[in-house]
Design a protein around this ligand. Structure first.
Ligand SMILES: [Zn+2]
Length: 352
């Protein structure tokens, strides 16, 4: 087995603080712009789509799962007609477990639980296997990248205070809230971010709630993409459609979904129950905000225990903690070293 010293490590993996690009091997820049042959987008969240237009201009290939490509388009990340033409020409749709080779390096995208289309990345370069989890939480889809030479991992909740002991209770409590809202007002409004809203729709259906969903335009378009890729949602209508208007007029029980930015304009006049989906709640699974509004703690990210569980199942030789994005990379790396792992944060801390 080849040893990896510091110089070798930096030759294999670099993270750039300004662009947040994760550079692996010679060919790949992931989730940020750099002058590389291949730009990979792990998922369609804004902090992973950075510099995409520059990548469309510079890189020869734009790699993502088919669902992520559709979301990039629908969420407006591609830009105007000139960018779109180039992007259509350069985009590579990769299904999970499919292998591709670029300039003697291979890449595989692996499933994960985060948002629709999310992927982990496994790259083989010069005989080294290098994995990148990107954003994830443990769940049905998340596979462990087994025994990589280097594992690049996120650290959003990399601090031991972030443990959600109640995380498995949230779906049932959410359903209780919805049923309470139906009973009192006949109407529930759920606020959240794109992607998470569709995850909640899926949970609600899995729990047997079959009442209609009414969706604003962009949420409707993303829900159609989710269904196309196998998520079972059903019985949903565009808010401007005749069906939606009939449901509202006839006072039929329903759930209205809206984007998080609209939550501050929510109705607190006794006509609806509002549920706001928050990833940042650690004390209680659901929390009352006012007489008509509840916060539900539904996160897209691994908590501290899940990050450690991933590492234990993965058994990487070296761990690189992504220090370019939000979270607690330095505390997480310190905890990992305390547990006996070989862990560093990239980019290295600047002096001053
Ligand atoms: Zn994300």
């Amino acid at each position: 087995m080849k040893s990896i010293d510091c110089r070798e490590l930096l030759r294999l993996v670099e993270i750039v603080s300004d662009s947040k690009a994760i550079l692996i091997g010679r060919s790949f820049t992931i989730d940020g712009f750099a002058q590389r042959l291949v730009r990979v987008v792990t998922h369609a969240h804004s902090d992973h789509v950075l510099g995409l237009k520059d990548s469309i201009m510079y890189s020869n290939y734009i790699v993502a799962t088919p669902a992520t490509h559709e979301l990039l388009y629908t969420l407006g990340y591609i830009g105007g007609a000139n960018y779109r033409r180039l992007y259509e020409f350069k985009k590579i749709e990769m299904n999970y477990y499919e292998k591709r080779e670029f300039d003697d390096e291979t890449i595989i995208l692996l499933p994960t639980t985060h948002i629709l289309g999310s992927a982990q990345v496994l790259i083989d370069t010069d005989g080294y296997r290098i994995g990148y989890t990107s954003d994830f939480k443990l769940g049905d889809n998340t596979v462990y990248i087994k025994q990589p030479d280097i594992l690049v991992i996120e650290a959003t909740y990399g601090h031991p205070v972030y443990r959600r002991r109640f995380k498995h209770d949230v779906p049932d409590l959410l359903i209780d809230l919805i049923n309470e809202g139906f009973k009192r007002y006949g109407r529930v409004v759920i606020y959240g971010y794109h992607g998470k809203l569709q995850e909640v729709m899926r949970i609600i259906r899995e729990k047997g709630v079959e009442e209609p969903f009414i969706l604003t335009k962009k949420i409707y378009a993303i829900t159609q993409i989710a269904e196309k890729y196998g998520w079972r949602i059903g019985n949903y209508y565009l808010s401007t459609s005749r069906e939606a208007k009939e449901i509202i007029c006839s006072k039929q029980k329903h759930i209205f979904f809206d984007h998080m930015v609209k939550a501050k304009y929510r109705r607190i006049d006794g006509s609806v129950l509002n549920i706001v989906l928050s990833g940042h709640e650690y004390n209680e699974p659901v929390k009352k905000i006012d007489e008509y509004t509840w916060l539900a703690a539904l996160s897209d990210h691994a908590d501290f225990d899940e990050l450690i569980e991933y590492i234990e199942n993965s058994q990487p030789r070296i761990i690189v903690v992504d220090g370019s994005r939000e979270g607690y990379p330095h505390i997480f790396a310190q905890e990992l070293r305390r547990l006996g792992w070989n862990a560093v944060v990239l980019p290295f801390k600047r002096n001053g």
